[in-house]
Design a protein around this ligand. Structure first.
Ligand SMILES: [Zn+2]
Length: 430
């Protein structure tokens, strides 16, 4: 008897672990594919985002989704940069690793020079007008052929922060480029700049600069381009009210490559959201919904919500016929539940309340937090036309954010199935 009791206790105590250990093979497979080197970080180099779009289009076809345009694509063009080919930095005989040891701002001008002299200053001195002019005078003859290295600390004053930010707009040194030293590399981004600058901004980890090396060799090619991309748009026809729409959206683009040696996998951001959309699509393809359900996979999010903004300005469905839009962006982890953005607006109350009520009953996830609207993902431009929310996960396991460590292997999908269940039940209750 005692044996049986202990088996029962063991079974009961293991039950929540088993549920938590659920891992969607389908989602893992999608995330693995989209974050693989063959997708080149789904950005602007090597046609990465178009390779990803083609993969998603084929998945939509496999699932049986209908195209919202002739060929599932809504084509658009936007300004961007691409860095293909060699991208190397050597200090003395040390070869620095892209994305790990150095980060090049995406709008930097190309550099291909060996043994560029380095002139050192500190952020404290460079942000002081008097000290800066003294520095410029002292290095007057050599600075145009040199690279200026600014040493920073973790605690920066407001003036110092502003000074560093302004380097994106103007090079006060007139040098070939600027090196910014720091303990950590900054978060990568591909936001556009009105025009390409005529200098390079390179962040390098402190430890390579500690001995104040006198020369650096840099080689990379960065091209300003007009980039051709596409949103992938598909749908399932509703059984009762086919001209009203539930819309699910997720951006599939990410930050691309750092030359030919490194790329940003973007597993959590946002291969996971794409996987979730395809999972939800699979469900509704087998369980025909009352309303038509539209799936929008956006390009150009990382450059500034360009794909979703384009769709709102050139809609393939009537925006006022959208009953609810749910945007999913960063869907791994989730040990601390989910956040709903734009949960305070009157028109989003039905879906937000439905999700909270369902979770109160079924305890699918540990908590649902809410916050007001923000222009932080692709729901934003829809939110003035229809009820639109953005869901992202909180806590749990994922590799990194906007860096080279956001890999499939590092993504925790323990909560994934339950979040999907919650979202599907929420939509079905509308
Ligand atoms: Zn994202």
């Amino acid at each position: 008897m005692k044996k049986y009791i202990s088996i029962i206790i063991l079974t009961i105590s293991l039950l929540p672990i088993c549920l938590r250990a659920q891992d969607s093979i389908f989602a893992r497979n999608i995330i693995k594919n989209l974050s693989s080197p063959e997708m080149y970080g789904r950005g602007y180099s090597y046609g990465g985002d178009s390779i990803a779009a083609n993969f998603i289009k084929n998945k939509c076809k496999e699932i049986g989704l209908l195209p919202l345009s002739d060929d599932y694509y809504q084509r658009l063009q936007f300004k961007s940069y691409k860095m293909e080919g060699d991208c190397s930095i050597n200090i003395d005989s040390i070869v620095l690793k892209p994305g790990e040891d150095f980060y090049i701002k995406n709008f930097s001008s190309s550099v291909n020079s060996k043994n560029i002299p380095i002139i050192y200053t500190t952020v404290k001195n460079a942000s002081n007008t008097k000290k800066l002019s003294k520095f410029l005078k002292k290095n007057e003859k050599s600075i145009a052929q040199s690279i200026v290295c600014i040493e920073t600390t973790n605690e920066l004053s407001d003036e110092e922060k502003t000074f560093l930010q302004n380097l994106n707009k103007r090079n006060p040194f007139g040098s070939v480029g600027i090196i910014i030293g720091g303990e950590q590399l900054p978060m990568a981004s591909v936001s556009t700049r009105p025009s390409k600058c005529d200098y390079a901004i390179i962040h390098i980890k402190d430890n390579y600069l500690a001995s104040k090396p006198q020369h650096i060799s840099i080689s990379f090619d960065n091209q300003a381009i007009r980039h051709n991309s596409q949103n992938v748009c598909a749908y399932i026809k509703g059984s009762e009210v086919a001209d009203s729409f539930i819309v699910f959206s997720a951006h599939y683009d990410h930050l691309g490559t750092i030359g030919n040696k490194a790329y940003y996998p973007g597993a959590h951001d946002n291969a996971s959201g794409v996987a979730a959309l395809l999972d939800i699509a699979t469900y509704f393809s087998k369980n025909q919904p009352k309303y038509s359900v539209v799936f929008l996979f956006f390009c150009g999010e990382e450059v500034g919500l360009i794909g979703s903004k384009y769709f709102v300005n050139h809609p393939l469905i009537s925006l006022n016929k959208i009953k609810t839009l749910i945007n999913l962006d960063m869907f791994c982890g989730g040990d601390e539940g989910i956040m709903i953005v734009n949960a305070k607006a009157d028109e989003t109350q039905p879906i937000c309340k439905a999700l909270c009520n369902i979770n109160d009953t079924h305890k699918y996830i540990s908590q649902i937090k809410t916050r007001p609207n923000a222009a932080n993902s692709d729901h934003y431009f829809f939110s003035t036309h229809c009820p639109a929310i953005f869901i992202y996960t909180m806590g749990g396991k994922y590799g990194g954010y906007h860096d080279i460590h956001d890999t499939c292997e590092s993504c925790g999908l323990e909560n994934y199935e339950n979040i999907i269940k919650l979202v599907i039940e929420g939509i079905k209750s509308l």
